[in-house]
Design a protein around this ligand. Structure first.
Ligand SMILES: Nc1ncnc2c1ncn2[C@@H]1O[C@H](COP(=O)(O)OP(=O)(O)OP(=O)(O)O)[C@@H](O)[C@H]1O
Length: 444
């Protein structure tokens, strides 16, 4: 890639120093300092690499990361948040998926194709912003034409326009001409996976320079969404979208490979694709290869791979040596404690307590959480994790849902009231359940 095309990339901002990245992650994720530092350095190294002269830049490959830690302790969350910070295409894939019946070696390339799709989605979102004004103007014109006819007076059009804008026509039906997407996919023989899939309708549309249009009955709200989408797409140079998105996937993409520990042990089952085989298939992708996608060839050399697993049964050293070598940065994440749960519920941004308060507040009911209630919820979650199964912070979700089940169900009958949630309330709702391991297995 030459320097010029590199300039088109959305570079990670200079201000995203490792410290700034860790600070941003701290807002959402409690603890796990080592993992945060490792991903922060990996991201910064991308920015550093982009500053290098071309010949050196190509030599610098990402130092992929292996996260070791129990389920629900923040491995995915850290990686996903990192990608969001960097505005980077991100996909999460379970490594075990490739051991299932029906998969063949080359299917791991689908990971790169999924990343390309994600990059396309991001790029289109970015460009949609830029064309929003023109697209909504054109969409409104088409919608008004369909509702009142092209020859209606300006006054009529204006009065309909205002009613559309203030949402009062949302449920009214309108018959309108929109693009038809029958999805006539056809697989090209001899080309594996999705590359060989071509969309016949797309192709015919391109050949004749036009899309198939079809009259459909939609609600005004549905028609508006569809028209905005069509008008925005029309205003994007699709070839340029594909080119920039592919570059972005190649240089900024992050692949999160979950359950890598499950493919590290040798096979006992017959009939399925061997786990060692999957490791071998993954290798070229991680080492760097070129995968054909429907947007063109995509190099995987500079994609950042974050592999993760609990490694309860297997050890990282059980993986193929080549794969171990490709995941040189090892970080351990800690199982979450009761204190961590308190912090997750009270210190993280948009935490579960805030979310529930906001949801119930839409019914004009106030949830007044006392500190001792948070402590009790955390202790209940920790207790159930210990007695039933440790699912980490995910336990907080089931516990909170159960705790607030009743209020959530009849909030609209309590308009104007305040529900006090203190330790006694939590014990009253959850005490019996949490104390009974058999019940908790199903309910909490
Ligand atoms: N340390 C943490 N701080 C705040 N929230 C957390 C933390 N760990 C996990 N969570 C929350 O718990 C949920 C599950 O976490 P996550 O998906 O990161 O688990 P994981 O470690 O990747 O587990 P798995 O290996 O099973 O995928 C998410 O909603 C996440 O926000």
């Amino acid at each position: 890639m030459n320097d010029l095309s590199m300039d088109n990339l959305n570079l990670t901002p200079k201000s995203l120093t490792p410290k700034a990245i860790v600070a941003a992650l701290d807002e959402h994720i409690v603890g796990q300092k080592d993992a945060k530092r490792a991903v922060a350095v990996a991201l910064r190294n991308r920015w550093r690499r982009q500053k290098l002269p071309a010949e050196l830049r190509d030599e610098v490959t990402p130092k992929n990361i292996l996260m070791i830690g129990p389920t629900g302790c923040g491995k995915t969350e850290i990686s996903r948040r990192l990608a969001k910070l960097a505005d980077a295409p991100f996909v999460k894939i379970e490594a075990t998926k490739f051991t299932e019946v029906g998969y063949v070696g080359r299917d791991v390339e689908q990971i790169a194709r999924d990343l390309a799709e994600e990059a396309i989605r991001l790029e289109k979102d970015r460009r949609r912003e830029a064309v929003r004004g023109a697209a909504s103007e054109a969409a409104m014109k088409r919608l008004l034409d369909a509702l009142v006819g092209e020859n209606a007076s300006e006054a009529t059009r204006e009065s309909f326009r205002l009613r559309i804008i203030d949402d009062s026509m949302n449920d009214k039906e309108v018959e309108i001409e929109v693009e038809d997407q029958p999805n006539m996919n056809m697989e090209l023989p001899g080309m594996g996976g999705n590359v060989g899939m071509i969309n016949l309708s797309d192709m015919m549309g391109k050949a004749f320079g036009q899309k198939n249009m079809k009259r459909r009955k939609l609600t005004v709200a549905q028609a508006w969404d569809k028209l905005i989408d069509e008008e925005a797409e029309k205003r994007m140079d699709q070839d340029d979208v594909a080119r920039v998105a592919l570059q972005n996937a190649e240089h900024n993409g992050i692949v999160f490979l979950d359950e890598i520990d499950k493919i590290a042990v040798s096979d006992q089952r017959g009939g399925t694709v061997s786990r060692e085989g999957v490791q071998r298939d993954l290798l070229p992708l991680i080492e760097g290869t070129t995968v054909s996608t429907k947007y063109g060839p995509m190099k995987t050399d500079h994609i950042l791979f974050i592999a993760s697993g609990a490694f309860h049964v297997s050890k990282p050293s059980d993986m193929l040596p080549e794969l171990q070598g490709r995941l040189p940065i090892r970080v351990e994440l800690q199982a979450l404690t009761e204190e961590d749960f308190v912090r997750i519920l009270s210190e993280t941004r948009a935490n579960l307590v805030e979310q529930y308060c906001a949801l119930i507040a839409t019914e004009e009911v106030t949830l007044d959480f006392h500190e001792d209630a948070i402590q009790e919820i955390a202790s209940t979650a920790a207790q159930v994790n210990e007695t039933v199964e440790n699912i980490g912070a995910r336990r907080l979700q089931t516990v909170m849902e159960k705790l607030l089940e009743e209020v959530s169900f009849d909030a609209e009958e309590r308009t104007g009231s305040t529900v006090t949630i203190d330790r006694a309330y939590v014990q009253d709702r959850l005490g019996e359940l949490a104390g009974d391991a058999d019940l908790s297995k199903y309910i909490l």
